[in-house]
Structure formats: structure tokens, C-alpha cells
Ligand binder design. Structure first.
Ligand code: GLC
Length: 403
């Protein structure tokens, strides 16, 4: 059995971390299977996949295709960019079709919008393609139309939450069958204390070029890529609303890792915003961190502040697995992950006042932080154990490849 995975992106965002978890899980459960990854960009994903024993082919996207996207663009801009990218995309598809013919997969598993469409174009005859959908489709002007048009050529859809599954069904209908498979989290790495590492906490202050604050300082962090909708502005505005006397330091952890045009903010923008809001003295910027587990352990409060419904929200699951008090922007798939007041606190997307109130409550109440953190860890162990992935994926591969 040979499974070929197609990923547009070579950096380690949430969808790519999820892909590596799946590769590891399938590899462990089926050591005899051949796993192959074709990735549209060289980068850390290729290295992680190779380390997992996966055969990797880097087939770089032409620049215009790499930059093409409708997450930060309006419909007209998206159509115009796709027209400009058309010739390069067709050439790319032609070459990818040849690669697929040589690989002769039993199943193709695609892990990003561009590969969902390319996958059904280039699959060898009768070879099933599974779309693994990590983001809402109905809000994407271009992708919504493209996926609807190609859905009849897809054998099955995996959605990362029930909320995304409903969205896919609304756009693509009941055929192909859509199932929800939640992300998993490496529960050893994302754990309250990691004894395998010399220091289990990342020194966030040195990374940001700051001195260590005093012992009573509560550390609050937003861990996210710099996509516009990840709520950095809401986070900074919530900090500006905190009473002056509460002892905290805030950390913005993450970088702009995706190439898609207009989809990301820059750290410079965010620094300027922190200055304008009067919180720059208490806010540190670490940039992108390849492993966020140590950073989460260094925090007391992990903030998730997406301004749109979050499809899944790995950061929430990872923060809970690290036993930290998590504040979640509870909409979409993210709302499925927590039980408000028991294993995390919640606020509504974009509600900076609500977020400030939750942060202030947690800063003042270390016992509440401890209780939420312990309950969060229990939830993570119950719901996000990686061993679940292969037992959900493998039956699906077998079902679509032997109809
Ligand atoms: C995408 C989603 C995010 C999710 C990740 C993994 O990045 O936006 O919510 O956690 O995929 O499924």
C-alpha cells in the first residue's frame, strides 16, 4: 500500500504539524506501507517527514502559484491573481501528473486548498483522493467555487472539527462523505514538565532581548502565525485595558510563515501597534519558534484570540496539554475543544473587553490557573492522544482504496 501526501506548504503551520503527526502515526501502525510526501516548497516539513521515514519529493510551486490565495484578498483580486498564475499552474500540474504516474499511489491524501484541486487533476485513473480540510471553505470566494466544482472527483473529506465538516457539507454537499478527525498533540513534548530536556522552559525574555521580570510577574502569551485573523490586535488592545497595577508581561510568539499574498501581518506593524496602545514596555516579541512547547511551559496563561471562528486551534489543545490556563476565542471548531470554566476560559471573537476581563481574572487568581491547567491536561490526554490518528485514518484509506 502506497499513500502519497500532497502539501502546498513546506513550513510548519498547524496543518503541517498535523500532517507530520499523521505520518508518524500511520508509519508506526503500518510499518510495511510506503508513505510518500510531495511538497510544493522546501523547508522544515520535508525534514520532519524524512525523519519519520517518509520518501519526500520537493516539487517547488512556481512563485505565482505560491503567492496565490483568497484568504487575504477579495474575490476580484483572487480571480485576477489566479488568471496570472494559470499558465504556471498548468505546467506544474502537468509535471505533477507525471510524478503521480510514476509513484502509482493507492491513495492520495491532500493537505491544503491548492493541493486539493491539483490532486484531483493529476491523480492516476481511479485512484482515490482524500481532501484533508483544515480551514473553512464557505468564506473563501475562490476556493469555495473550485472545491464545489471538483467535489465529485474526491473520494472522501477529513475535516479538523465538526464545525468545518458542516461547512464542507454545505459547500460540497453530502458526496463525498465528510468525517471529522481532530488533530492530535504530542503529549510528551507538550506536557507540564519535560524531563527529557535540559531546560523544559524556553527563555522568552532573552529571545525578545529583555531582562527577566520579577518573580510575581504573570506571563501571558499569544502563540500564532501572523495571519490577520489570529487576533494580535485584539490581544494588544485587551492588554491596554488591564489596570496599571496588575503585574504581567505579555509575549507575542510567532512569525509570518506563509507565502500567500496579503495573508500575514509583520512584527513591525505589531510593534508599532503596541507603542500606539501604550503596552510596548510590557510586551515582548519572540518571532517564530520552531518548537512552542517550551514557550508554553514558560507562560502562565496561553491566549487564543482569533477574530474569526477558528477551524480547530492547535494552540488551544497544546496549551491544555502543557497544563496551562488557556483563554479561548470560543467559536467554530475551537469551541468544541474546551468546556468553559472547567478546562479553559472563553471569550467571543473580537471581544477585547471580554478578553481583558478573563486575563485580569486569571492574573489575580493563581488557584484558578492551576485548576484549569490540571483539567486541561486531563482533557488533552483524553481527546488529543496521537495514537487515535492511525485508527481513524487507516480504515478510511482502506475503504476508499478498495471500494
Ligand atoms: C489550520 C487551521 C487551524 C488548525 C490547523 C490544524 O491552520 O486554521 O485552526 O488548528 O489547521 O488543523
Amino acid at each position: 500500500m502506497r499513500v502519497v501526501y500532497l502539501s502546498p506548504c513546506g513550513q510548519m503551520g498547524g496543518a503541517e504539524i498535523c500532517l507530520v503527526d499523521m505520518l508518524l502515526s500511520v508509519r508506526a501502525a503500518q510499518p510495511g506501507w510506503q508513505l510518500c510526501l510531495v511538497v510544493g516548497e522546501d523547508g522544515p516539513l520535508a525534514g520532519h517527514a524524512r525523519a519519520a521515514g517518509v520518501h519526500v519529493i520537493v516539487a517547488p510551486f512556481p512563485r505565482r502559484l505560491a503567492r496565490l490565495g483568497d484568504s487575504g484578498n477579495g474575490p476580484l483580486q483572487a480571480v485576477w491573481s489566479s488568471m496570472k498564475a494559470a499558465a504556471a499552474t498548468l505546467r506544474y500540474a502537468w509535471n505533477l501528473r507525471r510524478t503521480m504516474a510514476e509513484l502509482q499511489p493507492a491513495v492520495i491524501h491532500t493537505n491544503g486548498f491548492k493541493m486539493h484541486v491539483l490532486g484531483v487533476w493529476v491523480r492516476p485513473k481511479n485512484i482515490p483522493v482524500i481532501w484533508h480540510v483544515h480551514d473553512y471553505v464557505s468564506t473563501r470566494p475562490l476556493m469555495k467555487t473550485l472545491l464545489r466544482l471538483h467535489a465529485h472527483r474526491c473520494a472522501g473529506v477529513i475535516a479538523n472539527s465538526n464545525s468545518v465538516a458542516r461547512d464542507v457539507r454545505q459547500v460540497c454537499g453530502s458526496q463525498p462523505d465528510t468525517v471529522c478527525i481532530y488533530n492530535a498533540v504530542d503529549l510528551q513534548r507538550y506536557s507540564p514538565l519535560d524531563n527529557t530536556l535540559p531546560s523544559s522552559e524556553t527563555d522568552l525574555d532573552s529571545l525578545a532581548g529583555l531582562d527577566r521580570p520579577d518573580e510575581n510577574t504573570v506571563r501571558i502569551g499569544l502563540v500564532a502565525t501572523l495571519a490577520h485573523w489570529k487576533g494580535h490586535a485584539v490581544f494588544l488592545r485587551a492588554l491596554a485595558r488591564l489596570p496599571q497595577d496588575v503585574p504581567y508581561r505579555a509575549y507575542v510568539i510567532g512569525g509570518a510563515i506563509y507565502q500567500t499574498e496579503n495573508s500575514q501581518r509583520t512584527v513591525e506593524d505589531l510593534r508599532a501597534m503596541a507603542v500606539a496602545l501604550g503596552v510596548s514596555g510590557r510586551t515582548a516579541f519572540t518571532g517564530y519558534l520552531p518548537d512552542t512547547s517550551g514557550a508554553m511551559r514558560a507562560l502562565d496563561i496561553v491566549v487564543h484570540a482569533s477574530t474569526q471562528p477558528e477551524p480547530f486551534g492547535r494552540v488551544i489543545a497544546e496549551g491544555m496539554a502543557c497544563g496551562r490556563a488557556v483563554i479561548c476565542s470560543a467559536a467554530g471548531g475551537a469551541a468544541e475543544l474546551i468546556t468553559e470554566g472547567e478546562d479553559a476560559l472563553a471569550h467571543s471573537p473580537g471581544d477585547e473587553e471580554g478578553l481583558a476581563a478573563r486575563i485580569a481574572e486569571l492574573i489575580r487568581d493563581p488557584e484558578l490557573r492551576g485548576r484549569l491547567g490540571r483539567a486541561g491536561r486531563t482533557t488533552a490526554e483524553r481527546r488529543f492522544d496521537p495514537s487515535r490518528l492511525s485508527s481513524e485514518l487507516i480504515p478510511m484509506y482502506l475503504r476508499v482504496s478498495r471500494p
